[in-house]
Write a protein that binds this ligand. Structure first.
Ligand SMILES: [Zn+2]
Length: 446
């Protein structure tokens, strides 16, 4: 098993080298600190949304902008490297006929077809994870440390990686067994039923993730701080969200990033704030962010996103049917693949999926970005905290580029840019100045 030894050696080398370079770079702590509204963004007779936006933008130190631009633009390249690296692994497994050998091994172990598929799937998922580890390690450990975004040392990080691998092996094997059973039994319509099964499994995954999957990696608890929860729950009830709970998670275990999200499906749908936001954000900022998340909730963005994914999955399976026919007719013999029902075809399926979704990157990002923009506007109206929202945009600039070009935004951004978010907030503020001007009575009280 020469290749296993070599990839293992490569992995160890990379780990040692990567660790060294991570330690050589001092971790740069995010340095933007917002304590008050800049003068140009304060309510006045000559309030101007552009000037207010610029005043907020000027609060970000140039060095911080340089750093976050480098981080974010590096992410563009990673989309390409991830795609090429994963494609290379697939081609390797096909051309060296490792895929066919893994299938032959599975067939020697058992005569049950579904068990053969499961054994093949286990080997495939494990081997590709191992081969993919160097890039995974660079992307999610070395690079995150280099930019001061990671909080985990190697041990706990690797622990999380192993948990994720185990989960991937179990869930991935189940999905592969189901899909190949369909491909073997329904020789004409497998691509339709394969798409249906994939969509169903996606829905189940989304539904179980906040309750069963997230707690494997992080502690999720009910948020219990009336100072934070009382205004948030008032906002929730005012907007038709029938909940008395907001959740928090210890994201600081892995990262310094501030964030919040809406997750789950149907009964499991919930809003979760991460502890970095709760610790570092002002109350106004927390309300602005929660208002945004409520927008996702009220406007059914998760079911809409699932519908969008469902359309893509159907298109993908239609593409897959055509592309498998075309490629197997040419190289099937050489790769020793017997047909679409043969598990050995899996690297080819992953290769084609990689190409399909790589090309669709701007489409997927644009669909997400449109939802995010809607949630931004909803959040401004619901929370009425435009300055809190601007502060949040600045905090998020620690890991997002603030001012991209229009084409760059269209291709790579799955959220509106920071500049756009502050600008929207300042336009909103300009149209609602009376909310922020102190009444004579309030002034007298000072
Ligand atoms: Zn959002």
């Amino acid at each position: 098993m020469d290749w296993r030894f070599r990839s293992f050696a490569l992995l160890v080398l990379f780990a040692v080298f990567g660790l060294g370079s991570a330690q050589a770079q001092p971790a740069i702590q995010p340095s933007v600190d917002i304590t008050q509204v800049p003068p140009a963004a304060q309510p006045s007779a000559h309030f101007n949304a552009e000037a207010a936006t610029e005043a907020y933008m000027a609060m970000i130190p140039p060095a911080a902008t340089t750093r976050s631009n480098a981080y974010f633009e590096g992410g563009y390249w990673l989309i390409l490297w991830d795609f090429l690296y994963a494609s290379a692994i697939c081609l390797l497994l096909l051309n060296l006929r490792w895929s066919a050998k893994m299938r032959d091994l599975a067939e020697r172990v058992t005569r049950f077809k579904w068990l053969q598929t499961a054994i093949y799937a286990g080997q495939y998922l494990l081997l590709t994870s191992l081969l993919g580890f160097p890039l995974e390690f660079y992307e999610n450990f070395v690079r995150e440390h280099k930019y001061g975004l990671a909080t985990q040392s190697f041990g706990p990080w690797m622990g999380d990686e192993l948990k994720a691998l185990l989960l991937y092996l179990v869930l991935g094997s189940v999905a592969i067994v189901v899909l190949f059973a369909i491909a073997r039994k329904l020789r004409q319509t497998w691509w339709i039923w394969g798409a249906v099964a994939t969509i169903c499994m996606t829905v189940v995954l989304v539904a179980i993730s906040p309750v069963y999957l997230l707690p494997i990696f992080n502690k999720v608890t009910r948020l219990d701080d009336p100072k934070v929860t009382v205004p948030i729950l008032r906002m929730a009830h005012a907007n038709g969200i029938p909940t008395n709970d907001v959740y928090q998670m210890d994201a600081s275990r892995q990262t310094t990033r501030m964030s919040a999200n809406v997750s789950g499906f149907a009964n499991t749908m919930r809003i979760t704030l991460n502890d970095n936001l709760l610790r570092r954000g002002s109350l106004e900022e927390i309300q602005a962010v929660t208002g945004h998340e409520m927008g996702h909730y009220v406007m059914h963005h998760i079911p809409k996103a699932i519908f969008f994914i469902a359309v893509l999955v159907v298109l993908f399976f239609a593409f897959l049917r055509w592309a498998l026919g075309w490629t197997l007719a040419r190289w099937g013999m050489r790769w020793q693949i017997r047909g679409t029902g043969d598990p050995a075809v899996l690297p080819l399926v992953f290769l084609l999926a990689g190409i399909f979704f790589f090309v669709l990157t701007p489409v997927v990002n644009t669909e997400t970005r449109m939802h995010e923009k809607e949630a931004d506007m909803f959040g401004l109206n619901a929370a009425r905290q435009p300055d809190g929202f601007a502060q949040a945009a600045i905090h998020l600039s620690e890991y997002r580029k603030m001012s991209p070009g229009p084409i760059e935004e269209w291709i790579f951004f799955d959220h509106p840019s920071g500049y756009d978010r502050i600008h929207s907030a300042m336009v909103w503020k300009g149209e609602n100045l009376e909310l922020f001007e102190k009444t004579p009575k309030q002034l007298a009280a000072h």
